[in-house]
Design a protein around this ligand. Structure first.
Ligand code: NDP
Length: 497
């Protein structure tokens, strides 16, 4: 049964009724399979021309994805930390669009591959859209945004081979070792999720939660933990499954939702005051670090349920655009430089990829009132384009009402945070501190059993075995800084002294 009732009487694109969708006009006699095709055949020209244009630019990263619709339900009283309407009032539900992507590989490459997954959510609230653009691990490979394109390219294809290249991957990481904590997660078995129902989503970044009517704020890290338990694949099994069904994760997710077996996640926050952050062992704006649970326990807030497959992948998921800059009152950016840079880069990518009016598309359009008449026209503008309303600010002929403090003179979304300093170039340096939490991850794996640590070595060795000796040695030295026994196990398995 078709999901939507629609009139299926065939026409050309501009509405002309047409008697066949599979004939073409030609000049010649009636003998089969020969003839000169005619330029006057609008149907043939339109069909071919549209086919050549049916792709929009692929995302540079996170191009391959699975998506679903769902809802976020508030399960706890969160009013002491945020006034965001969608997080307040137990039982309150908001519609969600969710997109789970592989970062490096192109769409169609096998999904049981080792890669960080992008976890993107658009929550449609009465105060506008809230986007969470998270990852499947709580840390990241870099903390200096200038490295973002380099890091991503090193995980993608080699410029001449046009295939992934472990030399490039390890060349980047051996020479940018702030990523060691994220590498520890990537090369654990969770680095290849068993399916996308059993993985977690983490903000990685520190955000602020704010409350209407107060100047204070708290720092938060947000976690969506799967209620099914996180599950990864052993390397050999992942390779076998990927060979059998490249689209394993997409198919699994689609089938579970179609069968009414809806996956759920619990949304948690770790909460820290500004004062605690000032005195904390870890820099809360450094996204290569976590806040240990024992210092800042997980506080449950809401439940996410994915319960509807996209009706059409292109219109619901491919055209969807998520950005860390899309925030509602009650949530604000922190001083994390990666977050600051992503707040520019993501909408910029959407303007290029989908078009300057991408927010008007049904998959992106807020369910709340929108009035932004100083952004006008542009490619593919539809709806009313604000009719004859002034396209300039401060009109007394057609006055505009303002009912929010956000952005008003003297009012900062960052609340009572004072920043001072001087303008200067900066690049972070790698120190022993960067290895401490990575070591913590190694011990977490140890607590899960010797097999998890052994598998970690197997996973790293699988990636390093074809790499040039200088990078093998560099990687071994890097893992020795995590734990000498780990570096030695990798060296032994590679046969490198
Ligand atoms: P805990 O000792 O309290 O718990 C360890 C956490 O490790 C678990 O809660 C689980 O996170 C996570 N974990 C287990 N296996 C894996 C894996 N294969 N890949 C990624 N994460 C995994 O943690 P602490 O907070 O004391 O931190 C110790 C170390 O645990 C950290 O250095 C960090 O590497 C890692 N970790 C910490 C997280 C945090 O937010 N504090 C989150 C994830 C990892 P979860 O419950 O989120 O599944």
């Amino acid at each position: 049964m078709p999901a939507t009732k629609r009139d299926r009487t065939y026409t050309l694109q501009e509405g002309c009724p047409y008697g066949s969708a599979s004939t073409a006009q030609r000049f010649g006699d009636q003998r089969p399979v020969r003839g000169l095709m005619l330029l006057q055949d609008t149907q043939l020209i339109e069909t071919l021309a549209h086919f050549s244009r049916e792709r929009i630019p692929e995302r540079t990263v996170h191009a391959g994805a699975v998506g679903a619709w769902g809802e976020l339900e508030v399960t706890h009283d969160n009013s002491d930390i945020t006034s965001a309407a969608f997080l307040n009032g137990k039982g309150k539900k908001s519609k969600v669009l969710w997109r789970l992507s592989i970062t490096g590989p192109r769409p169609g490459q096998y999904e049981t591959t080792r890669d960080v997954r992008g976890w993107a959510m658009k929550i449609f609230t009465e105060q506008g859209n809230q986007d969470f653009v998270f990852n499947s691990i709580p840390t990241f490979f870099i903390r200096d945004p200038i490295k973002f394109p380099s890091m991503n390219r090193s995980h993608k294809v080699h410029p001449s081979k046009n295939a992934a290249d472990p030399n490039m991957f390890w060349d980047f990481h051996v020479n940018n070792q702030e990523g060691i904590h994220a590498l520890m997660m990537l090369f654990s078995n969770r680095g290849i999720p068993a399916n996308v129902r059993q993985l977690n989503g983490y903000s990685g970044h520190t955000y602020k939660f704010t409350r209407e009517g107060t100047d204070g704020f708290v720092y938060v890290k947000i976690h969506f933990l799967t209620d099914l338990g996180a599950k990864g694949l052993k390397l050999a099994e992942a390779k076998r499954l990927g060979g059998l069904q490249p689209s394993l994760h997409t198919v699994d997710m689609h089938e579970h939702i179609a069968q009414g077996k809806f996956p759920t996640w619990t949304m948690y926050a770790q909460v820290m005051t500004a004062e605690q952050a000032e005195n904390y062992r870890w820099n809360v704006f450094d996204m290569t670090k976590v806040w240990p649970h024992k210092d800042f326990p997980l506080r449950p807030m809401a439940k996410l349920t994915l319960n509807k497959n996209p009706e059409n992948y292109f219109s619901d998921i491919e055209q969807a655009a998520f950005s860390p800059s899309t925030m509602v009152p009650g949530i604000a950016a922190s001083l994390d430089p990666m977050l600051q840079a992503r707040m520019f880069a993501y909408p910029d990518a959407a303007r290029y990829r989908v078009g300057v009016n991408y927010q008007q598309l049904p998959c992106n359009r807020p369910v709340s009132h929108v009035y932004a008449p100083y952004e006008r026209d542009g490619a593919m503008r539809y709806m009313t384009n604000y009719g004859s309303d002034p396209s300039y600010v401060n009109s007394s002929l057609v006055p505009v009402q303002f009912d929010s403090k956000i952005g008003a003179s003297g009012y900062s979304i960052g609340h009572d945070e004072v920043i001072s300093g001087r303008v200067a170039g900066y690049a972070s340096e790698v120190t022993d501190d960067d290895f401490e939490q990575a070591r913590g991850m190694w011990h977490v794996l140890g607590k899960q059993g010797p097999e998890e640590q052994n598998d970690f070595v197997v996973n790293v060795v699988d990636s390093l075995q074809g790499v040039v000796p200088s990078l093998q040695t560099g990687a071994i030295a890097m893992f020795k800084r995590v734990e000498p026994a780990l570096g030695k196990a990798i060296a032994d398995a590679l046969g490198v002294n």
